[in-house]
Every structure is written in structure tokens, then in C-alpha cells.
Design a binder for this molecule. Structure first.
Ligand SMILES: Nc1nc2c(ncn2[C@@H]2O[C@H](COP(=O)(O)OP(=O)(O)OP(=O)(O)O)[C@@H](O)[C@H]2O)c(=O)[nH]1
Ligand SMILES: [Mg+2]
Length: 285
């Protein structure tokens, strides 16, 4: 009998959830940034290994909400935890031991799914500082080096229900390409824009013509204020051009073909604090 189930990757912002998802799938699906709170919506990655199909869900970091977008992110993370068959609870090895997930997530009771604690970023811990992690404590990984992944898969497999596969074993994603296109524009914004500006950026795909060669994509980059619009466009359009080039390369790599990407910058005032805007951008249900 085969096994198949949902494994949520949960934890504080910036602990390496998206990096781990990508390492497990072997593809850059989820956006990654040294800045915290880069993931706003769950990203699903499929991995079928022998008799087991893992449906991994990368979730937003568990944080204390300061505005409506944060509330939607926290709600998405909690839904991910509630709906999973197994929870991979990520925490940096440098901060061993991890506090209980219920405490971090402010849950009233224990989640129903079993929890596997995953100690991340092992490569940045000096051997002399390395804590003794017992098997019962969790699994240690260094996703950037691909270390510990087999042990993690073995630990998670035990918690997945016996079930037929839900997806074709050849598939690695469930979300449409336009979702990834919007996410990759956002990832480019995290790379190229400074300080708080990436947090004011949201992306909406206006047009996506997959049949054409190159694939034609028109997207709107939203910011919250007029002054931000000027910065995102840059002198003589320099910044938005660089952003478009970076995003186009990322989308082309995922699609395996050429892409024409047209970006427009618009202001959606205070969208992070405005429920209808969050709904329109797909952040709130
Ligand atoms: N050295 C090292 N850095 C890592 C590792 N995993 C992740 N990182 C870095 O940690 C930072 C955060 O990684 P993400 O994968 O974006 O973290 P996240 O938990 O998804 O963050 P949010 O989505 O913001 O909650 C990035 O700069 C990664 O490159 C690792 O195994 N080793
Ligand atoms: Mg992330």
C-alpha cells in the first residue's frame, strides 16, 4: 500500500521554510529572501519517492500581526497546521531547543497532526557550538547544502496515512503558472528594493498568454504610496527595468521557455491594511 499526505512546513519567519521546500522538490518554487515575511501565501510542492507521495505546503511565518495582511498570513499558517497530516516545525539549530509549537503559534490546544521538529541552517553552526540533538528531539538539516533531507523524509513518511497517490508522480506543483509568475516578481522586488519597500509591494497578473512564444505576461506592481511608485520605477525607469529582467529570468527558468514580461507600477493606497484590497490580491479569503 502506498502512502500519501500533506506535510506543512511551519515556524517563525525566516527560519528557512521556503528554502527547505525548494530543496525537497529540487526546483525553485517558493520565493526566498534574507528579509523575513517573504512568504504570504502557502506554496505547494509535490514529491513522489518510491511508495510515498509527500504534499508539502510551505506556509507564511508565524508572527504577531501588526496589520491586516499579517492577520491573513497568520490565518493561512494556522490553517496549514490544522489541515496537515504531519507538521514539520522548523527552528534554527543555532537556537536549540525549539519552544513548543503551541506556544509559538499561540494555539489553545495541541495540533491534531504529529509534529517533527526540524532544526535548520546547520551549516552556520560551528562544530564546537553544535548541540546534541537526539532522534527524539528532531531532525537536523542544512537545506542549502541538501544535508539531512533523506532523514527528514524518512521521519515524515512514518506519519503519512496509507492512501493512493493524489497526484501524478511526475507533477511537482499544483498552483497555476501565473501564481508563480506573480510570486517571482515579488521575489525580484525583495532582491532589488531596499528596507521596507518590498513589504509594500504586491503583484497582480493582468494577462497571461501561455499559448504564445514567448509567453506573454502583463503584471501590475502595486505599492502603497505615490512616493514609492517613483522609487520602484527609478531614474529613467532603471529600477523597474531591472526588476522586470530579474523576474523574467526566474519565470523563464520555471517554464523552460522564453517569456515577455510587461510591468506597470500602480498605487493601491494602504493595501496591507485594507480588507477588500487583500481579497482582490488573493491574500484574504
Ligand atoms: N546558511 C543557510 N541559510 C539558509 C538555509 N536555509 C535558509 N537559509 C537562508 O535563510 C533566509 C530565509 O530563508 P527562507 O527560506 O526565505 O525562510 P522562510 O522561513 O521561508 O521565511 P518567511 O517566508 O519569510 O517566513 C534566506 O536568506 C535563506 O537563504 C540553510 O540551510 N543554511
Ligand atoms: Mg518563506
Amino acid at each position: 500500500m502506498t502512502r500519501c499526505g500533506v506535510v506543512v512546513l511551519a515556524g517563525r519567519p525566516n527560519v528557512g521554510k521556503s528554502t527547505l521546500l525548494n530543496a525537497l522538490i529540487g526546483e525553485h518554487l517558493a520565493i526566498v529572501s534574507p528579509k523575513p515575511q517573504s512568504t504570504r501565501r502557502p506554496v505547494v510542492g509535490l514529491l513522489t519517492r518510491d511508495d510515498t507521495q509527500f504534499i508539502f505546503t510551505d506556509s507564511p511565518g508565524l508572527l504577531e500581526p501588526e496589520y491586516k495582511l499579517h492577520e491573513a498570513m497568520r490565518a493561512a499558517a494556522l490553517r496549514g497546521i490544522a489541515d496537515a497530516d504531519a507538521i514539520a516545525y522548523l527552528h534554527p539549530l543555532a537556537e536549540f531547543p525549539a519552544p513548543p509549537l503551541e506556544q509559538l503559534a499561540r494555539l489553545d490546544r495541541l495540533p491534531k497532526a504529529p509534529i517533527v521538529t526540524v532544526y535548520t541552517k546547520a551549516d552556520v553552526v560551528l562544530p564546537s557550538d553544535r548541540p546534541t540533538v537526539r532522534r527524539s528531539d528532531g531532525v537536523v538539516v542544512a537545506a542549502v547544502r541538501g544535508e539531512g533531507l533523506d532523514a527528514l523524509l524518512a521521519a515524515l513518511r512514518e506519519h503519512l496515512p496509507e492512501s493512493p497517490f493524489h497526484y501524478d508522480p511526475a507533477e511537482m506543483a499544483t498552483q497555476p503558472t501565473r501564481f508563480f509568475a506573480a510570486e517571482f516578481v515579488r521575489e525580484a522586488a525583495f532582491e532589488l528594493l531596499h528596507e521596507e519597500l518590498p513589504y509594500s509591494v504586491a503583484v497582480e497578473i493582468d494577462e497571461f498568454r501561455e499559448g504564445s512564444e514567448p509567453v506573454y505576461i502583463r503584471a501590475v506592481v502595486y505599492v502603497e504610496r505615490d512616493s514609492q511608485k517613483g522609487i520602484v520605477i527609478g531614474e529613467g525607469g532603471r529600477t523597474i527595468k531591472a526588476l522586470g529582467a530579474a523576474a523574467r529570468a526566474k519565470i523563464a527558468a520555471l517554464l523552460g521557455g522564453s517569456v515577455y514580461l510587461e510591468l506597470h507600477v500602480k498605487v493601491l493606497p494602504k493595501w496591507r491594511r485594507h480588507e477588500p484590497s487583500l481579497k482582490r490580491l488573493g491574500y484574504a479569503g
